[in-house]
Structure formats: structure tokens, C-alpha cells
Design a protein. Structure first.
Length: 276
């Protein structure tokens, strides 16, 4: 024993584990449902660059932060931007409402909720079990006399503490995802034009049509590849059907000859009519 350390492993849990234990074990059981919420909004605006700046400010106003932000395109009509931000779950719906106010048109608005209550409960239970295992090894280590036993117990204790640190990190990450929701905004520029008093968006409609055409061509190519790869199977099925028809015809002829000897002429006429 040197400086309170037995076999190179301290006799007390790591500081990070103690800190997490004091903050999370005030209530050992999870009483609230743990839900990770993510949202995606696709909007059309006049100036995507200016809107991206507005969204960065919006994230800060709601005590959030921007995860990623990029703007592509040279002019306002064809410019595209994407902003991903983390917003506290308590302000998630409010932030979505503000994004909708900024947009001229909302093309798509989706929300996904992933319930991780069971996962959180399981990780909490695994952490408690690991801490209990750590306490048992510490008690045994204090009574160990042989150097070999001390070294083996120290190695095992280090492994258990590594597992505890990993569980603590996973729980922190899981709780962070629950407390801070992810919101992704896809921003498209709008080429504004007036034709006969109507609001016309030629560039946007052209992009949508092109996307649909490319999707149709992709489906056609996939179908052709699938058909080509399945040609051997189709050929085998065709040969099997022809063989079964042939066998059935031969069986019918044999049956008629045995039970209806006078019907041979009828079979010959039927075969001749099938051939012609």
C-alpha cells in the first residue's frame, strides 16, 4: 500500500463516477418518460442566406446552439441552405412555430419521437449493479494478503471501473439527447414571378419535376436490373410449366387409352387441332 493506493488501484471510486452518482442517484428510479424528439422542416423563403442567419440567432435566443449550417448556390432563386440546431426540449415546439413564421411557404414539417425510457432504466440498473460489484471487490481487496491476489483483484477492479465510466458516459449522452432536441431546417430559395396575377415558382416546380423524373428513371433501371438478374429463374419456371403440361397430356392420353379404348380417334383429332 503506497499513498492509500492498493495494487495501483485507488480505494475510492473515480471522481467522475462520484459526481454522477451524487447528481443522478438522488432519485434511483426514473419517474418520467424519457423521449428523444427530432424534427425536420422544409421551407421556402426569398433569401436563404438571410434566413440561415435568422435561424442561428433563433437558436441562441432559445438557449440552444447550431450543430451545422451550410449554404449552397449563387443567387437567391436557386440558393439552398440547411441549418441543424439543438434546442432545449421545453422550447422545441416554440422554436418550430418561430421557424414557420419566418417561412413564406412550409413544404414539409415532420416530428419523430423515440421513447428511450426502457433503455435508460436498463442502463441505470446496470450502473447500480456495477457499483455494487465495485464495492464487493474493494472489500475483498482490503482483506487480500498475497501479492498475486492483490494484482488479480486490482486488474478486475480496473475493468469494473472502466465499465462504470462507460455506463456513466452513455447515460449522460442519453439524457442530453432527451433534454436537447434536434431540429433540422432545409431552406430553399424562391424565384418570384407574377404571371397573369398568379404566384409562379418556375425554378422550384422544375426542380420538383426533375426530381420526380429522376426517381422514375431510377425505379425503371432497378426493375430492368431485377428482371435481367431473374431471367434464369424465369426460364426455369417456364421449362417447368411446359414439362408439367407435357406430363399431364401424356397421362391423360394413357388414361383414355386404358379406360376408353374407342376414344383414340378423338384424342388424335384433339392433338391435330392443338397443333394447327
Amino acid at each position: 500500500m503506497i499513498g492509500g493506493v492498493i495494487g495501483g488501484v485507488g480505494g475510492t471510486p473515480p471522481a467522475s463516477a462520484v459526481a454522477y452518482h451524487s447528481s443522478s442517484n438522488a432519485s434511483s428510479e426514473i419517474t418520467e418518460r424519457q423521449v428523444i424528439r427530432t424534427g425536420s422542416i422544409e421551407i421556402i423563403v426569398s433569401d436563404p442566406l438571410h434566413t440561415a442567419e435568422q435561424l442561428r440567432t433563433l437558436a441562441v435566443n432559445f438557449s440552444g446552439f447550431v450543430v451545422s449550417s451550410n449554404v449552397n448556390g449563387s443567387d437567391e432563386g436557386t440558393r439552398f441552405a440547411q441549418v441543424s440546431m439543438r434546442i432545449p426540449a421545453a422550447h422545441f415546439d416554440e422554436a418550430r412555430a418561430e421557424v414557420r413564421k419566418i417561412a413564406k411557404t412550409v413544404e414539409q414539417d415532420t416530428i419523430e419521437a423515440h421513447d428511450v425510457t426502457r433503455e435508460s432504466v436498463n442502463q441505470e440498473a446496470a450502473l447500480r449493479n456495477a457499483r455494487a460489484e465495485e464495492a464487493q471487490y474493494l472489500a475483498i481487496l482490503k482483506r487480500a494478503a498475497a501479492v498475486k491476489d492483490v494484482l488479480e483483484l486490482s486488474s478486475t477492479l480496473a475493468e469494473v471501473r472502466g465499465r462504470i465510466d462507460e455506463l456513466v458516459g452513455d447515460l449522460r449522452f442519453l439524457h442530453h439527447q432527451v433534454e436537447v432536441s434536434l431540429l433540422t431546417i432545409n431552406i430553399r430559395g424562391m424565384a418570384e414571378a407574377q404571371a397573369f396575377g398568379l404566384h409562379w415558382r418556375p425554378l422550384y416546380e422544375a426542380k420538383v419535376s426533375l426530381r420526380s423524373a429522376l426517381g422514375g428513371m431510377t425505379d425503371y433501371a432497378d426493375d430492368m436490373v431485377s428482371l435481367f438478374l431473374n431471367l434464369p429463374v424465369i426460364a426455369i419456371w417456364m421449362l417447368t410449366i411446359v414439362a408439367l403440361l407435357k406430363i399431364g397430356w401424356l397421362a391423360l392420353r394413357s388414361t383414355v387409352r386404358v379406360f376408353f379404348p374407342g376414344s383414340t380417334m378423338w384424342l388424335q383429332r384433339l392433338a391435330h387441332s392443338r397443333a394447327t
